[in-house]
Design a protein around this ligand. Structure first.
Ligand SMILES: C[S@@+](CC[C@H](N)C(=O)[O-])C[C@H]1O[C@@H](n2cnc3c(N)ncnc32)[C@H](O)[C@@H]1O
Length: 266
């Protein structure tokens, strides 16, 4: 990365200042000055190498938890999750936890992102649809493997910021659209795979329709505020096969999904 050397020097300077500050802990007047300087040496000053070490540890924990697809592990090793979370939680970017993002939403837990991606069985060259762009992180992971990723986010501010972030990070094979993912993206269908990262109470019919024959869809199904189940749907010539995977907890799918649920109509 072009700026890596400069950031590395800044990181070293910050580490030195942190040591100096500890030495001056009792010198009050100077302490205020030094601590003010050190406060500016947060995670933003970390160099790429430090983030990579954190990412490697995360990947090791994914392997321990059953993720074994080399393409998924390579994608998780590559995507800079710290670029997708707010500065206030950046230090926890590589913890295996869901974290808050803007607009009261969340970035999914890395283990769940990896599992959902793994069960799709992507081998490269696919066209994938994601519902629930959020930060754009899962779209970036998918884009490391698939040829084209289409992702829909219902909250305009999130759609806009994720599109700008993915563009800045060079994910030119991801297209972001603001809208209701319950209805899918018919102009770009059919899709080899669909990932849904907000929970509806039932599989959205438009998404099943937009899945290619032989395609796979992974989605959480269940009530909001409760543990839901992650399902894998496989569309074959004779219909759709459904397999329940693991319990998960996602935010609810809002918009048309909720209207249909409330009216009992699909
Ligand atoms: C758990 S977050 C997604 C995390 C995201 N995949 C990431 O990597 O950061 C779920 C997202 O789904 C969005 N969402 C909820 N209902 C939706 C709908 N009907 N259509 C599209 N997005 C929806 C929410 O606004 C939220 O951003």
């Amino acid at each position: 990365m072009p700026g890596g050397h400069r950031i590395g020097l800044l990181d070293a300077l910050c580490r030195g200042l942190n040591g100096y500050a500890r030495g001056l802990a009792s010198a009050r007047a100077l302490g205020i000055l030094v601590l003010a300087t050190v406060a500016g040496c947060g995670d933003s000053a970390r160099d790429e190498e430090a983030w990579e070490e954190d990412r490697e540890r995360l990947v090791e924990s994914l392997v321990e938890n059953g993720i074994d697809d080399p393409l998924v592990l390579a994608a998780m090793r590559k995507v800079p999750r710290h670029e997708f979370v707010p500065a206030s939680v950046r230090g926890r970017a590589y913890d295996d936890d869901a974290l808050p993002i803007d607009q009261d939403q969340t970035i999914s837990q890395p283990r769940v992102v990896a599992l959902m991606t793994q069960v799709l069985g992507l081998r490269g060259g696919e066209r994938v649809l994601e519902i629930g762009t959020g930060s754009g992180y899962h779209a970036a992971v998918l884009a490391q493997i698939a040829a084209e990723v289409y992702t829909i986010e219902i909250v305009p501010e999130l759609a806009e910021s994720a599109a700008a972030r993915l563009d800045r990070l060079g994910y030119s094979n991801v297209s972001v659209r603001q809208g209701d993912g319950y209805l899918g993206w018919p102009e770009k269908a059919p899709f080899d795979a669909i990932v849904v990262t907000a929970a509806p109470s039932h599989p959205p019919p438009a998404l099943v329709e937009q899945l290619k024959e032989g395609g796979r869809m992974v989605l959480p199904i269940g009530e909001s505020g409760e543990v839901q189940d992650l399902y894998l749907l496989e569309k074959g010539a004779d219909g759709v096969q459904t397999k329940r995977l693991v319990p998960v907890r996602f935010v609810p799918m809002v918009g048309e999904a909720q209207k249909k649920k409330d009216s009992g109509d699909r």
